[in-house]
Design a protein around this ligand. Structure first.
Ligand code: MG
Length: 290
């Protein structure tokens, strides 16, 4: 089971900026909880996303640990160069399957943005792993339906350009179990899923994906996050919701639920939010220690 924690990036990007020290402390707590794959920064314009400023400083302050992979999100070739210079462990590159979301989010159409992915893959080949995250893979509310044909065509071309993995993001919470199953039929189970709780379907979609064999998930502790450019995107699938479910299913994650709950509680408090339901209630009876 591979869980990529995106709270320090996807979660914090929509919040008021936190100092570098607080962001680093947050990441260290997540590592303490046993998370080994963490998206820690984004190399984006600080004027556009102020809370993601000082990405290099965050990376520099983190301990080198062969067990932990630090991901940074990069929107373009320049961001990829900066992230690689800062010594990032892996890149996430996003491209939207929805034309209108792409224009709103990065100011260019999806085909143009997909071409930039090719340039990043060529740059990173043999240096750092790249995960291509396709936003709005299950549609974009009100305007664009899912377009898996487009995703499949791009994925074929990217694979021919440089080594990469694929993550499908339900950015605005459009998917249901049938859409998840359709994606598995189309791509096989070897892709990551980035789910949102916009309509409270994130965890049920994760369960449907697990049943279909998917083993990679993006989650955000305390359910933080969303996109500042997508109406209604708020709320990533909470890491503690997924880990709690996986524990109930007896599937090993390597994550310590008690430490994860503590980290979730602390960041919720720091950001002035209520603790999430599972943190407030504690683990289900079957998971409590004697
Ligand atoms: Mg997200």
């Amino acid at each position: 089971m591979a869980i990529r924690e995106v709270g320090p990036r996807d979660g914090l990007q929509v919040e008021s900026p936190l100092p570098v020290e607080a962001r680093v402390e947050f990441i260290l707590e997540l590592i303490e909880a046993g998370l080994t794959c963490i998206e820690v920064a984004a190399f984006v314009s600080p004027s556009r996303v102020p809370s993601m400023a000082d990405a290099s400083a965050v990376l520099k302050a983190l301990p080198a640990d062969p067990e932990v992979s630090y991901f940074a999100l990069v929107p373009n070739l320049r961001g990829a160069q900066m992230a690689m210079e800062a010594g990032v462990g892996a890149l996430t590159v996003t491209v939207s399957a929805s034309e209108s979301y792409s224009v709103a989010n990065v100011g260019r159409g999806r085909d143009e943005a997909s071409g930039e992915v090719d340039r990043i893959l060529a740059l990173a080949a043999g240096v750092v792993p790249v995960d291509v995250v396709v936003s709005c893979a299950f549609g974009y509310a009100g305007t664009d339906p899912a377009d898996l044909d487009w995703v499949a065509a791009q994925a074929r071309r990217w694979a021919g350009t440089g080594p990469c993995s694929l993550t499908l993001a339900d950015t605005t919470g459009e998917a249901g179990p049938p859409g998840i199953e359709e994606a598995v039929e189309r791509f096989g189970p070897d892709f990551g899923l980035h789910l949102h709780e916009t309509r409270r379907t994130g965890l049920v979609n994760a369960y449907a994906a697990l049943e279909a064999g998917v083993r990679r998930f993006d989650t955000s502790v305390a359910g933080l996050g969303g996109s500042p450019f997508a109406h209604g995107a708020a709320g990533n699938l909470a890491t503690e919701d997924l880990v709690h479910l996986l524990d109930l299913l007896g599937l090993d994650t390597g994550v310590r639920l008690d430490r994860l709950f503590e980290a979730s509680g602390r960041i919720s408090q720091l950001l002035g939010r209520d603790p999430t339901a599972v943190v407030r209630s504690g683990p289900a009876a079957g998971l409590r220690r004697a």
